[in-house]
Ligand binder design. Structure first.
Ligand SMILES: O=C1O[C@H](COP(=O)(O)O)[C@@H](O)[C@H](O)[C@H]1O
Length: 239
């Protein structure tokens, strides 16, 4: 299967490529261009990233872009509630692979704050994000094969309130039974309103998940990624 075999909604742009490296370079070019344009208009720009295995080559490519990184706020769309020393920490992934080279001077806003659980640390996370300018400028999402994106998991008891279009909180705790760690995630409104939205995917399995998501677009709580398959989204997929 290829991305061109799927019937994408109108206004969703297919930016797929032949290899993960080529797609990572194209995505890094597009993100750097968008951030540079925002920095010509605004004092600061924001970049929201996802963790997982897919974004590594993208992080490395983006870290060498010549931008005024000191004016860029970098944060994650979601995080596992683990210490930064843990292999499962997305924060660690970003620090080691993106916040290097030119990008070392970016300001990183951490979703992992002190507290035994994300619910306990939630107020501290909100304080950390208090002066983040909204809307978010650039949002890069990933997707799991259960249809989750960020940490908006179908089996999280907190999903309904985090996906509420009127949700007043920028972050929510997520405790999906399917996951070994508790999570923290940005909620639907700030993710929905991002100016530049990309979904970065690798592998045939992700295409099959996307096909399933496209088959019932309105059942958003079954597969939260469905909420994002809307005009304006750019899909960066590679085999
Ligand atoms: O759990 C997560 O996984 C997804 C996708 O990860 P990948 O390994 O398939 O790239 C990611 O988007 C999300 O941020 C992360 O917390």
């Amino acid at each position: 299967m290829k991305m061109s075999d799927l019937r994408l909604p109108q206004g969703v742009r297919d930016c797929s490529g032949e290899t993960p490296e080529a797609v990572a370079l194209n995505l890094a070019d597009a993100v750097a261009e968008f951030l540079a344009a925002r920095l010509r208009e605004a004092p600061r720009a924001s970049l929201v990233l996802s963790g997982g295995s897919t974004p590594l080559p993208f992080f490395k490519a983006l870290s060498s872009k010549n931008l005024e990184w000191g004016r860029v706020d970098v944060l994650l769309a979601d995080e596992r509630w683990v210490d930064e020393s843990d292999d499962a920490s997305n924060t660690r992934l970003v620090r080691e692979n993106l916040l290097q080279n030119q990008a070392a001077s970016a300001r990183f806003l951490s979703l992992k704050q002190p507290g035994a659980t994300p619910a306990e640390g939630l107020e501290r996370v909100k304080a950390e994000l208090a002066d983040l300018a909204l809307p978010i400028d650039v949002l890069i999402l990933g997707m799991g094969n259960d249809g989750h994106t960020a940490s908006l998991f179908p089996d999280a008891p907190e999903l309904k309130s985090a996906m509420d279009p009127e949700c007043q909180d920028i972050v929510a705790a997520a405790t999906p039974a399917s996951q070994p760690q508790k999570r923290i995630t940005l909620t639907w409104p700030p993710l929905r309103d991002a100016r530049f939205k990309a979904l970065h995917l690798k592998g045939e399995d992700k295409l099959q998940t996307l096909e399933r998501a496209l088959s019932e677009p309105d059942e958003v709580l079954e597969m939260p990624i469905r909420a994002f398959l809307k005009p304006g989204l750019q899909l960066f997929w590679s085999p």
